[in-house]
Design a protein around this ligand. Structure first.
Ligand code: PLP
Length: 521
């Protein structure tokens, strides 16, 4: 660091030597911690809005964000060192002050990621010691910690003896691994011949299509099954599709159920799907990236009943376990399926892989070899607080969503759309226009933009089959509380008043019966 007199102090970490002294290391941690803690205080005291963009309302806000991002562009590899304070200033200045603020308690768009700070510190520790847990012999202790986390995840989802899993950076990768497991299992279990086929509902996540493509399935091999008016997979339609495919000589390989659709929190009929798939020797994968960890709550267990009979489950710790991005897992009911899919003969330069059940070579259970030690980021918060703290936080999210739903439904002109019982904390609503033929999509997009323009909350619209554009609220941040929800209701009221001032034609119609579920297959 160069002080005001232009002299360089000895503990400035930047410079030509890659090996930091103890004093430089301490200085680096202190500077980074000060910025991180300042950022967290700023968030708590409202320095940062829930988003820096007003969507379509304020194009200038978008422009600012785009400009800030463009100004960060550097094409030339740095030749000389830059002071760490300057660099941290860049991260916590221009890189931070644009876009949407995921760590903000008013972030209720998409699926929030709580980003527990404890978990970030665990990650810092794990990366600082930089051990290698790809093979057990390199870090038997760390692989055991990671195994513990995987075992806990399995039992949190209702899996028993013989189950296991693999920690991934995201649900998309977990879904991809599941499709590979299903294909390998199918190839081993059945004689060759026939085109393998996958089934997912029209409300399934787009990462399934991507997973199928990455796993080598042609687009024509993915059957999109229509949903019921409650947005769950239409199981009659599924069975009809499977039977028709069989008759054509295809190989129904994998049904991908969704436990908590991103759009509305709908859960497919897991007991029926598990029974059917088992009877017909079809792999059942459950994409529980959104809903999975709600299984640790009483309401969640009831909604997700039957998930424990699936062959595999994808879960996102960075969603329903409040961890920072990059914390997900694929869980399998029979741990041998992971080895079947991913283990190849050992490389000569690696120590011999283990066959001891108490030890694990993660490189034989997933696509990677070198990677960061992953378990610690979930292990530390789970050990620090215990499972009941997470259960309470998830119960709070569900309670807040129920409260929001009831209060939003009382706002004039607002229709809350709840075609299935509200369990997972997603509430969709829309403003009904006065006249038939009014542009409902534009009206609701504008309502959402107006709410966001208050900067207390960030919401997004979605397309809900049968209803069109609706405003969507997803409550899943551990800091979202009754005050945040109360503020959101105030902001919606403010936005409605403003819309009424612009036009006296909105929001006066009597409630209309919802149209029937729209089929997209
Ligand atoms: C978020 C989500 C995914 C994708 O998970 P990533 O961790 O973002 O890769 C898949 N399925 C569902 C239902 C999701 O909500």
């Amino acid at each position: 660091m160069v002080d005001q007199l232009g002299t360089r102090s000895d503990d400035e970490p930047s410079g030509p030597d890659l090996n930091l002294s103890a004093a430089q290391s301490r200085r680096l941690i202190e500077l980074a911690s000060a910025h991180v803690l300042g950022f967290r205080e700023g968030l708590a005291s409202g320095v940062h809005p829930a988003s820096y963009v007003d969507d379509s309302l304020d194009p200038a806000a978008y422009e600012d964000g785009i400009r800030a991002a463009k100004e960060l562009r550097e094409d030339v590899v740095p030749t000389n060192g830059t002071s760490v304070e300057v660099l941290l200033g860049e991260i916590f200045g221009p890189a931070m002050a644009n876009g949407t603020m995921h760590p903000h308690p008013g972030f209720m768009a998409h699926v929030p990621s709580g980003g527990l700070f404890q978990s970030a510190v665990a990650d810092f520790v794990a990366r600082s010691v930089n051990r290698f847990a790809g093979v057990w012999i390199a870090a038997p202790g760390f692989q055991q910690i990671e195994r513990n986390v995987i075992r806990w995840f399995c039992s949190m989802l209702g899996y028993g003896e013989g189950s296991f899993g693999y920690l991934t950076t995201g649900g998309s990768i977990a879904n991809f691994m599941a499709v590979v497991c299903a294909r390998e299992h199918d190839e081993r279990a059945r004689p060759a011949g026939g085109e393998p086929v996958l089934y997912v509902s029209a409300e399934g996540h787009f990462s399934i299509t991507k997973a199928a493509r990455m796993a080598g399935f042609p687009a024509s091999a993915v059957r999109v099954i229509p949903t019921t008016p409650a947005y769950a997979m239409d199981t009659d339609a599924l069975i009809a599709h499977i039977e028709a495919d069989r008759a054509l000589g295809h190989r129904p390989t994998c049904v991908i159920a969704t436990a908590g659709t991103t759009n509305s929190g709908a859960v497919d009929n897991l007991p029926l799907l598990a029974e059917y798939c088992r009877a017909h020797d079809i792999w059942l994968h459950v994409d529980a990236c959104f809903g999975g960890f709600f299984h640790i709550t009483e309401r969640g267990r009831a909604a997700l009943a039957g998930i424990e009979n699936a062959d595999s489950i994808a879960v996102d710790g960075h969603k329903s376990l409040f961890l920072p991005h990059g914390n997900s897992a694929l869980l399998v009911r029979d741990q041998r399926r992971l080895g079947d899919a991913f283990r190849v003969s050992d490389a000569a330069y690696l120590p011999g892989l283990t066959t001891d059940d108490e030890l694990v070579d993660f490189c034989g259970l997933g696509p990677e070899l070198s990677r960061e030690v992953r378990g610690v980021t979930a292990w530390l918060p789970l050990k620090m607080h215990g499972i009941h703290a997470f259960e309470r936080a998830l119960d709070t999210a569900m309670d807040l969503a129920a409260d929001f739903s009831a209060r939003a439904a009382r706002l004039p002109g607002i229709e809350v759309i709840q075609p299935h019982p509200l369990v997972l904390p997603v509430v969709n609503f829309r403003l009904l226009p006065e006249h038939e033929g009014a542009d409902e999509a534009r009206l609701n997009a504008r309502l959402c933009a107006l709410i966001c323009s208050r900067k207390n909350a960030y919401l997004a619209t979605t397309q809900l089959p049968g209803y069109g554009v609706v405003v969507r609220v997803c409550i899943l941040h551990p800091r979202t509380d009754a005050a945040v929800v109360g503020q959101l209701l105030d902001d919606i009221t403010w936005a409605l008043n403003r819309l009424r001032a612009e036009s006296d034609t909105v929001g006066r119609s009597p409630r209309r019966a919802p149209r029937s579920g729209h089929r997209r297959c």
